[in-house]
Design a binder for this molecule. Structure first.
Ligand code: DX5
Ligand code: ZN
Length: 217
């Protein structure tokens, strides 16, 4: 079973004062996807950027844009992120709860690939019967909010479980992991069945982004 591993650098660790150059830099270094961490200061204790940033980045890159929405009531902004050029929109189970299915359908109606994210302390069972609706499932390997945190290895079991569900049902769904990914933890994540590795600090603080991306892959 050959899985093609995709690397999605998170621009959270980029220099925001030269965002365009930073995106170009990871694009030429071989990134597969650009991971955009949208934070509202309510769902997580940090604030980043929103729709305009996505739209401006969309103008300068051909890479797919993966918008990780760490915001409450994400359904309020789905259409705007879609219009801004998001290729994937992932929403947190913890932010949607009972409304999750509706939000995923709303994302798809907007013409965007839909994903669900679970925090380190959320069990796979909570989203098990919704995986079939997803183009992507994102397992957080840190508590969301900040780059540069330590990988929580307990989440690897959840990746194994999700990989099994995706394969058994033969779903067209990517398994993504986010937080604390470096040369050592990337190996564990790949072994646990992940397809997409998000990496912020490991890529942006590396001397050579190309070397960093290749070593994660
Ligand atoms: C955390 C974000 C991550 C973060 C990862 O809330 O969702 O995407 O940028 O950063 P690193 O790779 O440094 O842990
Ligand atoms: Zn993220």
């Amino acid at each position: 079973m050959e899985r093609k591993i995709k690397i999605a650098p998170s621009v959270l660790s980029a220099d925001f004062s030269k965002m365009g150059d930073e995106v170009k830099r990871i694009e030429s270094a071989g990134a597969d996807i650009v991971h955009l961490d949208v934070m509202d200061g309510v769902f997580v204790p940090n604030i980043t950027f929103g729709i305009k940033m996505v739209s401006d980045i969309n103008k300068i890159t051909d890479l797919p844009l993966d918008c990780h929405l760490m915001i409450v009531n994400p359904e309020r902004y789905v259409e705007q992120f879609a219009k801004a050029g998001a290729n994937y929109i992932t929403v947190h189970y913890e932010a949607c709860k009972n409304n999750l299915k509706n939000v995923l359908l709303q994302i798809k109606r907007a013409g965007v690939k839909a994903g669900v994210v679970i925090n380190p302390n959320t069990k796979v069972e909570k989203i098990e019967n919704i995986v079939e609706l997803c183009d992507m499932v994102l397992v957080m390997s840190v508590f969301p909010g900040f780059g540069g945190q330590k990988f929580i290895s307990e989440v690897l079991d959840k990746c194994v479980k999700l990989r099994k569900i995706i394969d058994e049902k033969n779903l067209d769904c990517l398994l993504e992991i986010d937080g604390g990914i470096n040369e050592a933890t990337s190996k564990l994540a790949i072994k646990a069945g992940c397809d997409v590795l998000v990496a912020g600090s490991a890529v942006f603080s590396a001397e050579d982004a190309k070397v960093a991306i290749n070593s994660l892959r």
